[in-house]
Design a protein around this ligand. Structure first.
Ligand code: ADP
Length: 588
C-alpha cells in the first residue's frame, strides 16, 4: 500500500474488504462516497501476481480516469470499452495473454458480450469487481439493465470470486444485489454513512433562490464549491448571474461541447474556477478533495442522489457546508417528468423517492439522523452539525386528534387511495370519485371539513415525517405499525407551533368534532352484521352503552366478558365468541 498508493493506514472496512478478497470470498462492501472503495480492490489486484482483476464499471469517463490514475502509480491497467477500435482491442488482448495487466476495466455492455465470456475462459482471472453495484437493483436509484444480467458470471464462472461495491444501498437494495448477482455466501460490510465534517442546511426557496444563494456564497470567498441545478438552462443562467456579481463561476452540463465541458471541469479541478454550476452529470468520479460547499438549487431526485452529491464536499475531512433549497413545486415538476416512465410500479417508486426527499427537507428532525436513518443506520443526534439541531427548541402542539382523523380515513377507505382523495373524503367533498367509491357513507366522511386542504396537507407531511404512513406501490397511503398505534390511541403526534400556526387555529375551531372511537366503530360493524343475520334491530344484540364498555375494556375471555354491563349468560353464548374474536383482533 505504501509503495503503490502512498497510504500509511487503512480507512474503515478497507482491511476487512481486502482480507475477504484475498481469502477468495464473495464480497459486498457498502462504503460512502470518498470512503476509499477503489483501494479495496486495487490493492488485492496487485497481490494476485500473474492474474488479472476484472472491474465492471458503469461509466466510460470513470473507467478512463481510473486507468490513467493507476498508470501514474505504476500499476498496469487497461480497459475494454466501446470507444476502442479493433487495433486497440487486439493490443489489450495481447497484454492479457502476456500476463502484463493487473487490472482490466470493462463496461457492462461489453461484459455481456459473448467475446467477453470467451475471454474469461481464456485468461487467468483473480476476481471480478462490480463497481457501483446499486445499478444492479431496480430498487436502487440508477438501475442499469445490463448490470442485472451479470448473474451469468456466477452461473458460468462459479470459481471466480466477485467483489461488489457501492456507496448507497439500503438493506433492500443490498439484498437485491446479493441475490441478483447470485453471490455465494458473501462477506457483507457496511460503513457508516455519518459524515461528521458536513454541515447540513435546508431552506425553503424564495422565488428562484438567487438571494439565498448569494448570501450563502458570501461566506465562502475564494473557496471551491458545486452548485447543482435541475436543468441545463439553469446552470448557464446561474453561472452568468454569479459572474455578473463578481463570482468566479462556470457552467457544466451534458449539452456543452465536450471540449468546453472538459475545460470547465479541468479549471475547477485545478482551482482556476472556484464555483461550478452543474446538472447532476457533474461529479461522478471527480476526486477533488477541497470542495468546501455543495448547494442544491432544488430537490434532488432521491435520498441516494442527495447523499452522493453532498458527499462531494469535504473529502479531505475538513468542515464543509451543504445547502439544499427546495419548494413543493420541485416535487410536482419532477413527478410530471416521471409520468413518461412506462412501468407503472417503477414510475410510482420514483415518485415516492422524490417525495421522501421533500419530507426530509420539510422535517424538523436532525438532518444527519434522517440521512443515516434512511440507510438504516441509527445515529443519536449530530450535535449542531445541521440547521435543525442548531435551532432553538420550539413550542409544540398536540395534533394527535387530527392525525387520527386522517389515519382513520386512510384505514376506512381500504388503504387504497392517494392523499388528494383522502383529503376529499375527510372534507366531505362530493367529488365523483368519492361518491363512486361509496366513501360518502363512511363514518369519517366530512369529519374534518373545518380544516383547510392546505392544513390537511401539512398533517399528511407530518405523518410521513413521523413514519406513521407510507406509500404503497400504487402511491396509495398506508398505515405503518406506528400509524396503527396512533390510531388506536397508544401514541401521540406533536408538531411545531410555528409551522402549524394556521392549523392550530383551525383545530381549535374544530374541537367539537370528536373523532369516533375506532374500537367502538369496529364493534358496531360486528353488531350490525349479527343484527342483520338474525333480522333484529342492532340494539337488541347489545345497547350502545354495552358496546362502549366492551370497546373500552376489550374483554377477551368469558369471565371478563360477563362482567360487562348488559351481558348475561344467554348473550354470552349467543354473541360472545364473535365479539371476543374481534376484540382479540383489535388488541393486536
Ligand atoms: P470512493 O470510490 O469510495 O468514493 P475513492 O476510492 O475514490 O473513494 O477514495 C477517496 C479518496 O480517499 C481518494 O482520494 C483516495 O486516494 C483516498 N484514500 C483511499 N484510501 C485511503 C487511505 N487508506 N488513506 C488515505 N487516503 C485514502
Amino acid at each position: 500500500m505504501q509503495n503503490y498508493f502512498g497510504f500509511n493506514s487503512f480507512r474503515p472496512l478497507q482491511r476487512e474488504s481486502i482480507e475477504a478478497i484475498i481469502n477468495k470470498k464473495d464480497l459486498l462492501t457498502i462504503l460512502p462516497t470518498g470512503g476509499g472503495k477503489s483501494l479495496c480492490y486495487q490493492l488485492p489486484a496487485l497481490y494476485f501476481e500473474g492474474q488479472v482483476t476484472v472491474v465492471i464499471s458503469p461509466l466510460i469517463a470513470l473507467i478512463n480516469d481510473q486507468v490513467i490514475n493507476l498508470g501514474l502509480n505504476n500499476i498496469k491497467a487497461d480497459k475494454l470499452t466501446s470507444e476502442l477500435n479493433n487495433e486497440e482491442i487486439s493490443e489489450v488482448y495481447r497484454k492479457l495473454n502476456n500476463k502484463e495487466l493487473s487490472l482490466l476495466y470493462v463496461s457492462p455492455e461489453r461484459a455481456n458480450m459473448e467475446s467477453f465470456k470467451a475471454l474469461l475462459r481464456q485468461v487467468d482471472v483473480s476476481f471480478i469487481v462490480i463497481d457501483e453495484a446499486h445499478c444492479v437493483s431496480e430498487w436502487g436509484h440508477e438501475f442499469r439493465p445490463d448490470y442485472r444480467k451479470l448473474h451469468f458470471l456466477k452461473e458460468e464462472f462459479p470459481h471466480i470470486p466477485i467483489a461488489a461495491f457501492t456507496a448507497t444501498a439500503t438493506c433492500k437494495v443490498a439484498d437485491d444485489i446479493v441475490s441478483a448477482l447470485k453471490l455465494d455466501n458473501p462477506t457483507r460490510l457496511k460503513g457508516s454513512f455519518f459524515r461528521d465534517n458536513l454541515i447540513l442546511n435546508v431552506k425553503k426557496r424564495v422565488a428562484n433562490g438567487r438571494k439565498e444563494l448569494v448570501n450563502f456564497l458570501k461566506n465562502y470567498d475564494d473557496e471551491s464549491g458545486i452548485i447543482y441545478t435541475f436543468t441545463r438552462k439553469e446552470t448557464e443562467e446561474i453561472a452568468s448571474f454569479l459572474q455578473s456579481r463578481g463570482f468566479n463561476a462556470l457552467a457544466y452540463h451534458a449539452g456543452l461541447k465536450s471540449e468546453i465541458r472538459k475545460e470547465n471541469q479541468d479549471k475547477f479541478i485545478r482551482d482556476e474556477t472556484k464555483i461550478i454550476v452543474a446538472t447532476i452529470a457533474f461529479g461522478m468520479g471527480i476526486d477533488k478533495s477541497n470542495v468546501r460547499f455543495v448547494v442544491h438549487m432544488d430537490l434532488p431526485k432521491s435520498m441516494e442522489s442527495y447523499y452522493q452529491e453532498i458527499g462531494r464536499a469535504g473529502r479531505d475531512g475538513l468542515k464543509s457546508e451543504c445547502l439544499l433549497l427546495y419548494a413543493m413545486g420541485d416535487v410536482v415538476k419532477k413527478s410530471e417528468l416521471m409520468n413518461s416512465i412506462e412501468d407503472e410500479v417503477y414510475k410510482n417508486f420514483a415518485k415516492n423517492k422524490i417525495e421522501e426527499l421533500y419530507n426530509y427537507a420539510n422535517s424538523r428532525q436532525c438532518r444527519h439522523q434522517a440521512v443515516t436513518g434512511y440507510f438504516e443506520e441509527s445515529l443519536i443526534e449530530c450535535e449542531n452539525l445541521c440547521d435543525n439541531c442548531q435551532k432553538e427548541a420550539v413550542e409544540e402542539i398536540d395534533i394527535t386528534q387530527e392525525a387520527r382523523m386522517l389515519l382513520s380515513t386512510i384505514y376506512r377507505s381500504g388503504q387504497n387511495f392517494g392523499s388528494a382523495h383522502i383529503v376529499d373524503v375527510i372534507k366531505g367533498s362530493k367529488n365523483k370519485k368519492v361518491i363512486e367509491n361509496g366513501h360518502d357513507r363512511l363514518s369519517v366522511y366530512g369529519i374534518g371539513k373545518e380544516i383547510s386542504k392546505d392544513s390537511w396537507g401539512l398533517v399528511i407531511d407530518k405523518l410521513f415525517e413521523k413514519k406513521a404512513v407510507k406509500r404503497g406501490d400504487f402511491r396509495q397511503l398506508m398505515l405503518t405499525s406506528f400509524g396503527a398505534n396512533v390510531l388506536k390511541g397508544k401514541q401521540n403526534i406533536y408538531a411545531d407551533v410555528d409551522i402549524f400556526e394556521e392549523v392550530a387555529k383551525e383545530i381549535s375551531l374544530d374541537k367539537e368534532h370528536e373523532i369516533k372511537d375506532e374500537n367502538f366503530e369496529a364493534l358496531r360493524e360486528v353488531r350490525a352484521e349479527l343484527a342483520s343475520q338474525k333480522g333484529v334491530p342492532a340494539y337488541v344484540v347489545f345497547s350502545d352503552a354495552t358496546l362502549k364498555e366492551i370497546a373500552k375494556k376489550l374483554p377477551c375471555d368469558e369471565e371478563s366478558f360477563l362482567d360487562i354491563n348488559g351481558v348475561g349468560k344467554v348473550k354470552l353464548e349467543r354473541y360472545g365468541e364473535v365479539f371476543m374474536n374481534k376484540v382479540k383482533e383489535l388488541k393486536q
